[in-house]
Design a protein around this ligand. Structure first.
Ligand SMILES: [Zn+2]
Ligand SMILES: [Zn+2]
Length: 418
């Protein structure tokens, strides 16, 4: 029994040695629970990285490119992924021999993903770049965030694999014999002709015609549909900074897709999204790496001191402001708080070797004078002022600017004797 087990184990080890093909999950750098989205994202990145056009003469890159597309094809299909998970490379091999074959041309796969002929060079035209703006809250600029956005992207129709034909039959246009252009002769004068080359109107210049159009794209070969793109906002990323997604603009069988360029604009704080710290960020304003905040003080606070404020920062931590008794704050005064501004963006980002530095926080004080007081309070203040003014030698009457009272009569007879 024990021996039997050992032999089986040995056989397994041996089998592993023979099929030394790298684990598909390892090839794509994902774990076994990875979602379709993660598989696609890994393929998107790695296939561009190892594309032979980008690594001319590099055989390692070339074989990596092939490996990556094999791994992607095996894992993106739920059926073959299941077989692979259970039986590994060997199981998959038997499966594909026994029936359904897979696309084995990695360039074909690449072109279905990004459009074009699967190559960057060799005359493949390139599609336009597309620029879009994505609004990001100041809180997300401060903390960094992994999120996603959607846009209407032109994609190669999956139904017909970009042929435009429902039955896969694509014929050469017999009007232009597949050239896409026709030569038209104009007679200018007897015996004098002008030749004009125009786009073939029978096939729209494609050189090919389709009898049975694909019902999904109506023969257009592409369809526009909402596409989700993942977005990583680095801590401290600059407002209006641009992220470039290589070859992820509109796809088409006729060109290799251009770049999708995303500009991160700052948007008003969003109350709806999950916000555990209840930080709204409404009162922070950003300028470069610095933040600005306005704080309102009462007359008493500004004048007498003895107050504190707790400002909740964009990540929920508290910044304490305050003055001791007797410390005056003049209206419009600005406090500079070091290291409470924005994180300063760095290439290393959140790596363990990198420590973030922060800009400054500027707090501007607004002093609000009371426009109403309880009458007792007003009287108390008034008499207190009068007392202290007298004390420092102010002639209260003179100071009031009122006319003097009439001179008292100097004659003792002046008394009213009635
Ligand atoms: Zn034609
Ligand atoms: Zn189609």
């Amino acid at each position: 029994m024990l021996l039997h087990g050992a032999v089986l184990l040995l056989l397994c080890v041996f089998a592993q040695l023979i099929h030394c093909a790298e684990d598909f999950y390892k090839v794509l750098g994902i774990d076994r629970q990875a979602s379709d989205k993660q598989i696609k994202s890994a393929y998107r990145q790695l296939s561009k990285k190892y594309h032979p056009d980008k690594n001319p003469g590099d055989d390692t890159a070339q074989s990596k490119f092939v490996e990556v597309s094999e791994a992607y094809e095996a894992l993106i299909d739920p059926e073959s992924r299941k077989i692979y998970d259970q039986y590994g490379h060997e199981g998959l091999k038997q499966h594909s021999q026994g029936g359904r074959s897979q696309h084995h041309d990695p360039f074909d796969l690449f072109s279905r993903f990004f459009g074009g002929g699967g190559h960057y060079q060799r005359g493949t035209p390139r599609g336009h770049n597309i620029e879009i703006k994505v609004g990001i809250s100041l809180r997300d600029f401060y903390n960094g965030r992994e999120t996603e956005f959607q846009w209407d992207k032109q994609q190669i129709c999956e139904e017909c694999d970009g042929t435009g034909s429902s039955d896969g039959v694509v014929e050469t246009c017999h009007h232009c014999k597949g050239h896409g252009v026709r030569i038209i002769k104009h007679q200018l004068a007897p015996g004098m002709f002008q030749q004009v080359q125009t786009q073939c109107d029978a096939c729209g210049g494609r050189g090919k015609t389709i009898k049975h159009k694909c019902p999904i794209c109506r023969g257009e070969r592409v369809i526009r549909k909402p596409t989700t793109v993942s977005l990583k906002i680095d801590r401290g990323a600059a407002r209006d900074s641009r992220l470039v997604y290589e070859n992820e603009a509109d796809a088409s069988p006729d060109w290799i897709a251009g770049d999708l360029i995303v500009t991160l604009t700052e948007k008003e704080p969003d109350m709806e999204t999950e916000n555990p710290d209840h930080v709204d960020g409404t009162f922070f304003r950003r300028k470069g790496n610095d933040l600005f905040w306005r704080e309102v003080l009462s007359l008493r606070e500004a004048w007498m001191g003895d107050w504190t404020r707790n400002i909740t920062h964009l990540d929920g931590h508290v910044v304490r402001l305050g003055r001791k008794r007797g410390e005056v704050v003049q209206p419009g005064h600005v406090d500079t708080v070091e290291n409470e501004g924005m994180p300063i963006w760095s290439e290393e980002g959140d790596s363990v070797y990198h420590k973030f530095q922060f800009g400054k926080l500027y707090v501007e004080y607004i002093v609000v004078l009371p426009d109403q007081m309880a009458s007792g309070m007003e009287k108390d203040f008034w008499s207190m002022w009068q007392k202290w003014r007298k004390e420092i030698g102010v002639d209260l009457h003179k100071d009031s600017g009122r006319p003097d009272p009439p001179e008292p009569s100097s004659s003792p007879e002046g008394k009213d004797e009635l």
